[in-house]
Design a protein around this ligand. Structure first.
Ligand code: SF4
Length: 340
């Protein structure tokens, strides 16, 4: 581990200035991902700035009937909140499907969405990896791809190309927030701003090293959940190799409202299939206004996955994810519409 300086500023503004002023500085919140990276040599900061106590640890109602989640609220606290369990079950279920009880007690609402991929090659500092070392290549192409992406990748990823990355985003919470149309409150060196949660994460594009659109030194201070109209139901379904403490092979966050047998509102996001929480806009379009029936759910899922690109690999590849994602979308929507 590279030695680093440690700072505990007195407020968020001071923390932002400290990180923005040093290109080798990072924020530390719950530390459930960063501490691993320090030990593995993936993160080699010169300065670690502790923000754990500098943002709100409260969940408060907003004027429009939604909720504001302070960035320091732990995953356990958020999942246990009565308002979250009653009005946003998709979020409570996603949180409880992630990690372990001990990790959820430490992980924060601001930090969880910023955790980095668990691609084995990213975590092995001896392996070429464009995300960790720009331009070094992508060891996952032609390697073990069971946990890798099928959406949002290049049609034919090239292991030696500097922009190739087929990693998936690991957060369950982020998939639920993408489906809920959450908004992210940010504080940066240029002041405060807010962005749609669906805009926070990015596809690898020409620079796989960047997971998000955040500028260096920008800090998540809160996440806002909009109010959901009466009659809205939501659920999170996660398919994984073990019943607990495992990342998603495929997950689905669904927010659905049905009236007179027709879909009046639907928001779907997928996890375990792309470099970012994948908002399934094609499926949403195919469902909106249509009868809430299983055949329609299946057609919508197939429309979303029509552009999926499976990866071959030493472990048999990940083509299985495409029908698995379709079945998981159908099962989640069916669960939300027992009358269908
Ligand atoms: Fe690195 Fe991405 Fe390739 Fe994994 S998939 S080895 S994170 S470039």
């Amino acid at each position: 581990m590279r030695p680093f300086a440690f700072a505990r500023p007195s407020d968020a503004d001071e923390a932002v200035r400290a990180v923005a002023g040093d290109p080798e500085a990072v924020f530390l919140a719950g530390g459930t991902n960063l501490v691993d990276h320090l030990r593995l040599g993936i993160a080699r900061p010169a300065l670690v700035v502790d923000v754990r106590t500098l943002t709100s640890r409260e969940i408060t109602g907003t004027g429009d009937g939604g909720l504001r989640i302070g960035a320091a609220v732990t995953n356990s606290e958020l999942a246990a909140d009565r308002r979250v369990r009653e009005h946003y079950p998709v979020l409570a279920q996603a949180l409880l499907s992630g990690a372990s009880g001990q990790l959820r007690n430490m992980a924060t609402s601001g930090g969880n969405p910023l955790q980095r991929t668990r691609c084995d090659y990213f975590q092995d500092v001896t392996a070429p990896c464009n995300k960790r070392t720009a331009g070094s290549g992508c060891s996952a192409v032609g390697g073990y791809t069971r946990y890798h992406a099928v959406l949002g990748t290049n049609a034919a990823p090239d292991a030696s190309a500097p922009q190739t990355c087929i990693a998936t985003h690991p957060s369950d919470m982020a998939v639920a927030l993408a489906a809920l149309d959450a908004r992210v409150q940010l504080r940066g060196p240029d002041g405060d701003r807010q962005i749609e949660f669906t805009e926070l994460h990015r596809l690898p594009g020409g620079d796989p090293s960047r997971d998000t659109v955040l500028q260096h030194g920008e800090l998540i201070t809160a996440i806002d959940l909009p109010a959901l109209p009466p009659g809205t139901r939501s659920a999170y379904r996660k398919v994984r190799d073990r019943a607990s403490y495992a990342f998603a092979l495929v997950s689905v966050a669904a927010v659905l409202r049905v009236a007179d047998g027709r879909v009046t509102d639907v928001r779907l996001a997928l996890g375990g299939v792309a470099h970012k929480p994948w908002r399934a806009t094609r499926a949403e379009e195919a469902l909106r206004g249509q009868p809430a029936i299983e055949a329609g759910f299946r057609a919508a899922a197939e429309a979303e996955l029509a552009g999926a690109q499976p990866q071959s690999g030493l472990d048999g590849g990940n083509a299985f994810k495409i029908p698995l994602a379709a079945r998981t979308i159908v099962a989640t929507l069916r669960w939300l519409t027992p009358e269908a």
